[in-house]
Write a protein that binds this ligand. Structure first.
Ligand SMILES: Cc1cc2nc3c(=O)[nH]c(=O)nc-3n(C[C@H](O)[C@H](O)[C@H](O)COP(=O)(O)OP(=O)(O)OC[C@H]3O[C@@H](n4cnc5c(N)ncnc54)[C@H](O)[C@@H]3O)c2cc1C
Length: 427
C-alpha cells in the first residue's frame, strides 16, 4: 500500500512575489451608475467567476459592489492575517468559467515556473500527473489578477456596501452606500461571515480574522477551534517561539486534504446530493461541515505536543470567556496572554438585504430555485457561494463549487437580460 507522506515545507511558500508584473486593480471612486444589466453584490471569488462568465456571453454592463478592496480582497486579507501561504484546494479547483478553455490555474503556474521554489515546482508536477497538489497563494493571487484583466473586469468594481435589495417584476433596485442602482438581475456573492461568540469579547480575546489575533511574539496563546484557521494560529504562535493551549470541542482533531470531501466536487457527488429529500441534504451538510486541518500540519503539531510547547485540550467545551482566559465545561480554565477564537464561518444567505418572505428560511437556508439559484419569491435575485449549499451541496462554498453555481445562474441572467430587450455590449 502506498502511504501518503505530506511535505510540511509546502506550507512555507514565500508570500508577496509579484508574478504578473501588474498593479492590483483598485476599485473605482467615481459615481456608481444608476442602471446596469447585472449587479453583483460582493466582489469575492464567486463574483469573479460570475463576471468572467458574463464576459464570455458578451454581457459587459455589469457592476460589482464590494465593501472591501480588490476582487477577492476578503479572501486574501483573511489568508494573510492567518499567514496562510497556500491554498487548501488543489490546482484543478480554479476560479473561472465552466465550458471555456481559458488559461487555467495549472497552466498559469507553469507560466510562473522560473519564480517557483523547488517545493512549488514539485507540486506543479504532482498536479500534472493527476495527484493532489498544493497551490501557493502568490500564484493564486496572480492568477486572480490575470482572470480579472483578461475578462475586462478591471473597471467593473466599486467600493461600497449594498444595504438593501428591492426586487420587482422587471428589475431590482439595490440601495447602496454609493446611491441606488437598478438592474435587470442581481447576484448575491456575499460569502461567509465569521461565526461569533454570543456576547461581547473581553480584553485580550480576538477573532481569527482580526489583525490583533496575529501572534508573532513568544507569548502564550489560547486558541479555540479545530479548523484550518485555528491550526494556522497555533502554528504561527509556535513558530514565534510561544506556547499554545489548543481547545477542541471534539475528542480528536480531524485531518483531511480539502475541507469538503472530494466526491462532492465531482458529478457523482453532486448527483448524490441532488435529488435527495431536504432532510437527507441537511444530514449530509451536518456530516460534511466538520472542522478539519490539512495533513501537512500534522508532523509539526505532533512534535510540539510531544515536547509540551503545545497542550491540546480535547473534548473541551468553552462555556465562558474572561480577559485572556477561557472557562471550560468541566470547571477548568485555561489562561494565556491572549485568546484567539477560530469558531468557523456561517453563510451569508441574504437575510440583511432581502425581506424574510423572499428568503423564506428553512433550517437557516434560503428557498432557491434548483435550476437557476434564484430566490423563488424574487426570480431576479440569485445566490452564489455558500448560500447555495442546499441546492449544490457542500462544495458550493468552495472555489470549484462556484463554477458549478455560476453556470446555473448564467443561463437565468442571460434570459432576463434578453427579456429586458437590452442590447448586450461587451465593455
Ligand atoms: C482563510 C480561508 C481560506 C480558504 N481557503 C480556501 C481554499 O483554499 N479553497 C477553497 O476552495 N476555498 C477556500 N476558502 C473558502 C473561500 O472563502 C471561498 O472559496 C471563497 O472565498 C468564497 O468566495 P465568495 O465570493 O463566496 O466569498 P468572499 O470571497 O468572502 O467574498 C464575498 C465578498 O462580499 C462582500 N460583501 C458581503 N456582503 C456585502 C454587502 N452587503 N455589500 C457589499 N459587499 C458585501 C464581502 O466583504 C466579501 O468581499 C477559504 C476560506 C477562508 C476563510
Amino acid at each position: 500500500m502506498t502511504v501518503f507522506v505530506p511535505s510540511p515545507e509546502v506550507l512555507e511558500s514565500p508570500r508577496g512575489r509579484d508574478l504578473i508584473g501588474r498593479a492590483r486593480p483598485a476599485p473605482r471612486v467615481d459615481a456608481l451608475p444608476t442602471h446596469a444589466d447585472v449587479v453583483l453584490v460582493g466582489g469575492g471569488l464567486a463574483a469573479l467567476g460570475m463576471a468572467a462568465t458574463l464576459w464570455h456571453a458578451g454581457v459587459g454592463d455589469i457592476v460589482i459592489v464590494d465593501r472591501g478592496g480588490g476582487i477577492g480582497g476578503r479572501f486574501f486579507r483573511r489568508a494573510d492575517i492567518l499567514r496562510q501561504r497556500t491554498l487548501r484546494s488543489p490546482y484543478d479547483h480554479h476560479p473561472g468559467v465552466e465550458g471555456y478553455r481559458d488559461c487555467e490555474l495549472l497552466d498559469f503556474a507553469r507560466l510562473c515556473w522560473s519564480a517557483l521554489t523547488p517545493a512549488e515546482k514539485r507540486e506543479v508536477r504532482m498536479a500534472q500527473a493527476g495527484h493532489r497538489s498544493v497551490v501557493p497563494l502568490d500564484v493564486f493571487e496572480a492568477y486572480v489578477q490575470h482572470v480579472v484583466a483578461v475578462h475586462g473586469l478591471t473597471d467593473r468594481l466599486w467600493q461600497g456596501e449594498v444595504l438593501e435589495l428591492l426586487p420587482g417584476a422587471d428589475e431590482v433596485v439595490a440601495r447602496t452606500t454609493l446611491g441606488d442602482i437598478t438592474a435587470s438581475s442581481v447576484v448575491l456573492c456575499t460569502g461567509e461571515e465569521r461565526a461569533e461568540w454570543p456576547g461581547p469579547l473581553p480584553d485580550r480575546v480576538h477573532y481569527w480574522d482580526d489583525p490583533a489575533a496575529v501572534v508573532d511574539r513568544p507569548d502564550t496563546a489560547v486558541v479555540v477551534g479545530a479548523g484550518l484557521s485555528g491550526a494556522h494560529i497555533v502554528a504561527n504562535c509556535l513558530a514565534a517561539g510561544g506556547r499554545v493551549h489548543w481547545v477542541l470541542r471534539k475528542q480528536a482533531e480531524h485531518y483531511q486534504c480539502a475541507d469538503v470531501n472530494a466526491s462532492f466536487f465531482r458529478a457523482e457527488g453532486l448527483a448524490r446530493f441532488h435529488g435527495t429529500a431536504w432532510e437527507d441534504r441537511l444530514e449530509i451538510m451536518q456530516q460534511q461541515r466538520v472542522a478539519s486541518i490539512m495533513f501537512e500540519f500534522r508532523p509539526g503539531l505532533r512534535a510540539a505536543e510531544a515536547d509540551r510547547r503545545l497542550i491540546v485540550h480535547r473534548g473541551a467545551e468553552v462555556v465562558a470567556l474572561r480577559a485572556g482566559e477561557v472557562n471550560l465545561a468541566d470547571g477548568a480554565s485555561v489562561t494565556g496572554d491572549r485568546v484567539v477564537l477560530a469558531l468557523g464561518t456561517k453563510p451569508n444567505v441574504g437575510s440583511d438585504l432581502l425581506p424574510a418572505d423572499v428568503i423564506r428560511l428553512r433550517n437557516g437556508w434560503p428557498d432557491l430555485d434548483e435550476a437557476t439559484l434564484a430566490y423563488r419569491a424574487a426570480p431576479r435575485v440569485h445566490a452564489l457561494g455558500a448560500a447555495a449549499c442546499m441546492v449544490l451541496g457542500p462544495a458550493a462554498r468552495n472555489i470549484d463549487g462556484h463554477r458549478v453555481g455560476v453556470s446555473r445562474v448564467a443561463g437565468s441572467l442571460l434570459a432576463q437580460i434578453a427579456a429586458g430587450g437590452k442590447e448586450r455590449v461587451r465593455a
